[in-house]
Each structure stands twice: as C-alpha cells, then as structure tokens.
Design a protein around this ligand. Structure first.
Ligand code: SF4
Length: 490
C-alpha cells in the first residue's frame, strides 16, 4: 500500500483520474502558476512560525534535511515529551500521511492543531483538508484537543518592525472535522484502490476540471474533445453551473444554443456571432462621450497586493499602486504623456500620489477602463494621505468609465463575450498589439516583473530592463484608451 499524502487524497476528492495521473503520469501535469501559490504559502507559513513561537523555543521539522523516517521519529518524540510548539509535524498511518503546520500544547497533555492558509476566509475545500489532517493525527495516536484553520485577516493593518500579530484569524473546526472520521477513512480506502489501478481510469472531463481548482491535466484529458470556434465560454458572464447544464444538454458552440436558455445580451452576442457581424453604434458612443466636455486625459494604474504586507500602514491583499500612465489629449489632437514608476522597494504610495496630483491638472474628464478599480485606488490614497486628499478627490470626481460605453455601443465576435480592454482593443485598433511588447504583456506579468525589480538580488542592469518593460506596457494601456476614445468620439 502506498503512503498517500493529504494533497493526493484531496486530488482524489477532485477527480479519481487526477489522483492516478499525479501518481503514474506526473510529467503530463501543467503547473498552472502553482509555484506562485506555493511561494505565498511558504511566506505565510514563515510568518505563522513567528506568531505562534514568539519565544523561539519551538522546532521546525525539516523533511528535506532530515528525511521522512527521522521526521516521523522526531515528531513522535516531540509530541510525547515537549511543550513548545512544533511546526510541519510529520504524521503517518497505514496508507496516508500529513504534515501539520502548527502543533501547540494545550498544557494538559493534548495538542491544538492549526492549519495555516493564505486565503482570506475558510473555503469549502479546506474543510476536507482539515478533516483529513485531524483523522491522520488522531489515528497516529496524537491526543488532539482541537483543530483550527488560521486564515489571513484582511482587516489587519501592518504597523512595521516585523510585527505580524493579528495577521491570522483562527476558526475552530474541531466539531465538524472530528465528526467526519468515517468519511475520511472511506476516501483513503477509495484513493488506494484508484492508486493501484494498472490503467488510467476512465473519467469524462466535466465541471470537476475547474472546481475547486483548475486541474493541471486539462491539456491531457481534453485533447481529444471536439473544439468549438465559439465555445460556451464566449457568452457574457455566464455562470459555470449554467454553462455545465448547457454542456450536459449537448451544446458546444454558442451558435447552437436556443434563445430560451439565454439572457438578452447573450442572445444578441449569439446573433452577431452567427452573422459574423460587428455592432458599432457610432452615434450612441459619440453622444455618451459628448456628455463629458473638455480636453480628455486617460489613466491606468499597475498595482500589487501582498498576502503578508511589507509596508507599514498597509493591509493583506490590499491593492497598492506602484505605477501609473497618464495620456492627455488636447483639442488639436496632440497631447502629452506623464508616467510614474517606483522600483526602489520602498512604499510607493506617497510619491505616486504626489506625482498623480501634479500630472492630472484640474480640468477635463479623466477616462479609465473599468474605472471602479482606479476609483478604489485613488480613494485609498486620499484616506491615507489627508494632506493630498483634496487634490485626489478632485481627480476621482473627474473619472469617467469607458468600459460601459464600450459595452453599450460596441461588440465584435472576436471579443468572445468579454468587454475587457484586451478583448475589445484588437477589434477597434488592431495596430496596438500587446504581443510586440518585450517581457511584460499583461497585468499578471507586470506584477511579477515589479516583484523581481524590488527584489534584493536583482541587478541594476536587470532592474533597468524591467523598468523599461513596465513603462512600455502601462503606456500602451493608456494609449489604447486614447485610440478607443478617438474611434468612439468619431
Ligand atoms: S482534467 Fe478533469 S478529467 Fe482530467 S484528471 Fe483533471 S479533473 Fe479529472
């Protein structure tokens, strides 16, 4: 019998075929950006050790350094004779193993087990995780008094000096975890049967491929499925469950779906797609823009959010702007461009806010795409810097959102049901091609590039290269807004 780790049992819970592939054909797996998720998890785990072991008397079981057998032995002897915290405790029973993030003595001979997660709340799939963890610990003979999940508390405000007390919020899940022992024993037995199969089990791809996580074997399992030119994901904001129902009814392409199943917007999208037509209400778009007189400006931010805040006065997962681009267009069609980017690694908000107030002037509409985001960023800056609040609130009051104007007046089948800037732009201004940019071509890559730029090991030469790429990317975003405005205003 194999020792299946907790993550393998969770893989089985998502899909038996996934478990089999993880064990027998791991080379087929696509990483799907999991490395970034692991990095965040490791960072939160490290902070948790500081929080739960302020006196520094605990021990970390380092599997890589010790090896599994020594790790099991050390864990058992620590839990039998010590009182100080133990981290990454290695636990095993026949057929399953688990590493417990935090074990705290309750002072009465039992242990409190805490699983630390980088999410901002308890997710349903984490309840399975906790139930497996508790089952393995109890079956391994560990006297458990409680089992909890500690997640990130987004209301926490970092005060600096590495003091992260209050970052984690504990939820006691003992009752439900201890009540699921029979269920967990069943999962382990079933997972063992799947693991022992000589051939890949036949499981049809379905909703489980994305729920609760995107499965890394999609390319493998979906390779022989017929592909549609306009798959059901080309509908506007159709919920996953609705889409699953249509797939179950045999529909693959949006042009096949009868109107009775569709919202008004999606019927319209289907019709345009079937005819291969682009809809552009030029008069409607121009009339909407005419309501905002004056010389227009165009604004875009790049932001970063940390699970573990690094700058005093910031909170977990709060979007912090580190860059903006601002195009201004004058009445003659000429204009000017202003930009800001801080890659020093210091808190960028104050210099960015000052530069923004200086760049925006005092008159004319400021267009953004999906301006709710820009509004939130500016409101956050105004709240944090009262002396700049008046200037920032004036900018906020001038913001106009181009996205709903695009949504009401323009649609091309190539948008595939999306009015994101990256979806609309190729249909309106195909000459503005993000593909020609070097390095940074989307928001995710911009965040990765920024993190690399502020990293202590990044050379000046590389930092300079990243700065150029970030500036080019953000400038193209606002140039795109200028072009869209020009087309819409006629
Ligand atoms: S892609 Fe879907 S069917 Fe294939 S292993 Fe993953 S969840 Fe299962």
């Amino acid at each position: 019998m194999r020792q299946l780790s907790k993550s393998k049992i969770i893989a089985y819970r998502q899909c038996p075929r996934r478990l089999w592939l993880e064990l027998h054909r791991p080379e087929l797996k696509d990483d799907n950006g999991n490395q970034a998720v692991f990095a965040i998890g490791n960072q939160v785990g490290e902070v948790a050790r500081g929080i739960y072991d302020a006196a520094g008397k605990g021990e970390l079981i380092d599997i890589e350094a010790m090896g599994w057998d020594a790790a099991y032995e050390r864990t058992a002897s620590w839990l039998a004779g010590e009182q100080a915290p133990l981290f990454e405790a290695a636990l095993r029973i026949p057929g399953a193993l688990a590493l417990a993030d935090v074990m705290l003595s309750d002072g009465g001979g039992s242990w409190r087990m805490i699983e630390v997660k980088s999410t901002a709340s308890v997710k349903d799939y984490q309840r399975d995780d906790i139930a497996i963890q508790a089952y393995v610990a109890k079956q391994a003979g560990v006297p458990l008094s409680s089992v909890s999940l500690a997640h990130i508390d987004t209301s926490f405000v970092y005060q600096g000096d590495g003091d992260y007390r209050g970052l984690l919020f504990e939820v006691d899940l003992s009752g439900e975890a201890f009540a699921r022992e029979t269920e967990v024993a069943g999962w382990i037995a079933e997972a063992q049967e799947v693991a022992a199969l000589p051939e890949e089990p036949e499981v049809e791809p379905g909703p489980q491929c994305w729920d609760p996580f995107e499965c890394g074997f999609c390319a493998h399992c979906h390779r022989d499925l017929p592909t549609a030119e306009f798959p059901l994901t080309s509908f506007y904001r159709m919920r996953g469950t609705k889409r699953d129902e249509l797939v179950a009814a045999g529909y693959r392409d949006i042009r096949e779906v009868p109107d009775e199943h569709l919202s008004e917007t999606n019927s319209w999208i289907k019709e345009l797609t079937a005819k291969g037509e682009t809809h552009f209400d030029a008069a409607g778009a121009a009339a909407e823009l005419a309501r905002h007189p004056g010389e227009p400006s165009f604004l875009d931010f790049e932001t970063i959010a940390f699970a573990v805040p690094i700058w005093a006065g910031t909170s977990p997962y709060k979007q912090i702007p580190f860059q903006f681009s601002l195009h201004h267009r004058d009445a003659s069609g000429g204009g000017r461009h202003a930009e800001f980017l801080d890659t020093t690694g210091a808190d960028p908000r104050r210099p960015l806010a000052e530069a923004l107030v200086a760049a925006c002037g005092s008159k004319g509409p400021i267009y953004a795409y999906n301006a709710k985001f820009e509004k939130g960023v500016i409101a956050g800056l105004a709240q944090h810097f009262p002396d700049l609040a008046v200037g920032l609130m004036v900018i906020l009051s001038r913001l106009v959102d181009l996205e709903p104007i695009a949504r009401r007046n323009f649609y091309a089948p190539s948008q595939h049901g999306s009015w994101s800037l990256k979806a609309v732009l190729p249909a309106i201004c195909p000459e503005l091609d993000y593909g020609r940019l070097e390095g940074v071509q989307n928001g995710d890559l911009a965040q990765q590039a920024y993190l690399e730029a502020i990293g202590p090991d990044t050379t000046e030469e590389r930092r300079g290269q990243i700065r150029r790429q970030l500036l080019d990317y953000c400038e193209l975003d606002t140039l795109a807004l200028v072009r869209m405005w020009e087309v819409f205003s006629g």
